[in-house]
Write a protein that binds this ligand. Structure first.
Ligand SMILES: Nc1ncnc2c1ncn2[C@@H]1O[C@H](COP(=O)(O)OP(=O)(O)O)[C@@H](O)[C@H]1O
Ligand SMILES: [Mg+2]
Length: 241
């Protein structure tokens, strides 16, 4: 079964073609990265796949279900990471995740276990606005996972974190995928895509240029190099996040 099947997705804003005829198949259990510079169309693409933004053209199935019009049956089966800034205000970490859990009929016990899994056991009584950037990201990931979804979407989960916090988060994301979930993330960090992803969709100006394993992309270069060099060879431009 394909976890995600997107065909010919298009989204325009006025004259701007943000996503330009993108097709994408993600296998069950895969860890996939959508990699590209700011403005490439990553968030627009992800939100159309999540069923949060309506495509102008094309269609998406997740777990063999159409995502649009909004598909209530699909909601409990997918997890969408909220940006850290979109927590309920003035709640503690524990209150936050229990609130999310209750929306899905999940009890307090499993919710609290997620705080331990993401390393926030010491912070259960801390208000969400007093968490560090890395802690807030881990809480938002725990909230996205609390109902045990089959497919998890993360939009730039490590943006604005220091290198150590990013590495810690990589371990967490890898363990989520190891537990059998399909993971799709967007990133503008080449090293992140290379470290984590089974396959990387290189995106630029609304199009996916290649969707391949990092090893294959790099092996196609004329001389040994990195994903930055892959981007240069695909676009003729230096990679700038
Ligand atoms: N709601 C919107 N209205 C107008 N333009 C938008 C909107 N959302 C995104 N865009 C534009 O679409 C392009 C792709 O944006 P986005 O999907 O956010 O890219 P990325 O996530 O790769 O940075 C950008 O040029 C952005 O300015
Ligand atoms: Mg984005």
């Amino acid at each position: 079964m394909a976890a995600i099947s997107a065909r010919n997705l298009t989204k325009t804003y006025g004259d701007l073609i943000a996503v330009d005829g993108v097709s994408l198949e993600v296998h069950d259990g895969e860890f996939v990265g959508v990699l590209g510079p700011n403005g490439a169309g990553k968030t627009t693409l992800l939100e159309m796949i999540e069923g949060l933004r309506r495509p102008d053209g094309g269609e998406v199935h997740v777990l063999d279900e159409p995502v649009w019009p909004r598909n209530a049956g699909l909601r409990p089966r997918i997890g969408v990471q909220l940006q850290a800034s979109s927590f309920f205000e003035r709640l503690t970490t524990r209150e936050q995740i229990r609130t999310f859990a209750s929306l899905y009929g999940v009890g307090a016990g499993p919710a609290d276990e997620w705080l331990e899994r993401v390393g926030l056991a010491e912070k259960v009584d801390t208000r969400v606005e007093d968490l560090s950037g890395g802690q807030a990201q881990r809480l938002s990931i725990a909230c996205a996972l609390v109902h045990d979804p089959e497919v998890v979407f993360l939009d730039e989960p490590t943006a604005a974190l220091d290198p150590q916090a990013r590495r810690n988060l990589w371990d967490l994301l890898a363990s989520i995928n190891d537990s059998g979930r399909t993971v799709v993330l967007t990133t503008h960090y080449m090293d992140e895509a290379q470290a984590l992803c089974d396959r990387v969709a290189v995106m630029d100006r609304g199009r996916i240029l290649r969707f391949e394993t990092p090893a294959v992309l790099i092996s196609e270069l004329d001389t040994p190099g990195t994903l930055e060099d892959v981007f240069l060879s695909l676009t003729g431009r230096e990679y700038r996040a």
